[in-house]
Design a protein around this ligand. Sequence first.
Ligand code: SAM
Length: 277
Amino acid sequence: MGDISFWFYEQHAPGTFMGVRIKSVLYQERTRFQELAIVETEDFGRALVLDGALQTTERDEKFYHEMLAHVPLCAHPSPQRVLIIGGGDGGLVREVLKHPSVEHVTMVEIDPAVVEACRKYLPALSCGLDDERVHLVFEDGIAYVARSAPESFDLILVDSTDPGGSSTGLFSSAFYRECHRVLNASGYLACQTEEPFFRPQAMQDAYRAVAGIFPLTRLFISAVPVYSAWFWTFTIGSKAGLDPVQIRSAPPAGTIYYTPEVHRAAFALPPFIRDLL
Ligand code: SAM
């Protein structure tokens, strides 16, 4: 692919686009599941794009992966067995492995092409995929959870694309009910649940679906500059009713976004978000 500077636009509302200048396209493929591209951007480093949606960038991926990993991991007293659904770029696995209590991480990614491309072009994210504690499964996460035994995992982390296509079912009550069955008694389910500004309905639907299954459900937020409205939300359900705002195991060192203070503050919701739940 040559050097071709052009603007990449994502539409977030009828009158709002997010534009990112692209310096070059490093890789492109029409996979069995989606249109995949790895691009070099002017301001965010390399980025993974799936079906025309910016998924993750070298510059701000940790603002998202650190929060989706360390809030549930630090809320749990001793997380050992972790299931990741999606997460093909490997950024979430890299963060989960920073916890010494974690003995086994299963990552269930539907599209092997995403893992292959990110291994080659996004090594800073995919660097943990060959860790001896990691077990990669290329399958629909819905089918994998459905065939998993009860009480198999301490944490289930859903790092999916936006609702649509193969990820639609990952936002359903039926899937969350299966996750509840497969979690240990003190387990947590944590999912990326879209953003409250341009897509409040998607966030509200996902949150309420989790809250309809788990005895205690909370929403927490992160700021991800490359995403549509900077806010991004995560929904966490506790099978034992243990409030995830409390930190029960040691946070990792070397993070650039997550701290115990940020963990607690992430649950302090502005009224415009709180009133949507
Ligand atoms: N981690 C990135 C971020 O920072 O937002 C983006 C998420 S990751 C790239 C989303 C992954 O979910 C994709 O690789 C996609 O192939 C995968 N996925 C979508 N539906 C799935 C399903 N039903 N089961 C497993 N993986 C799925």
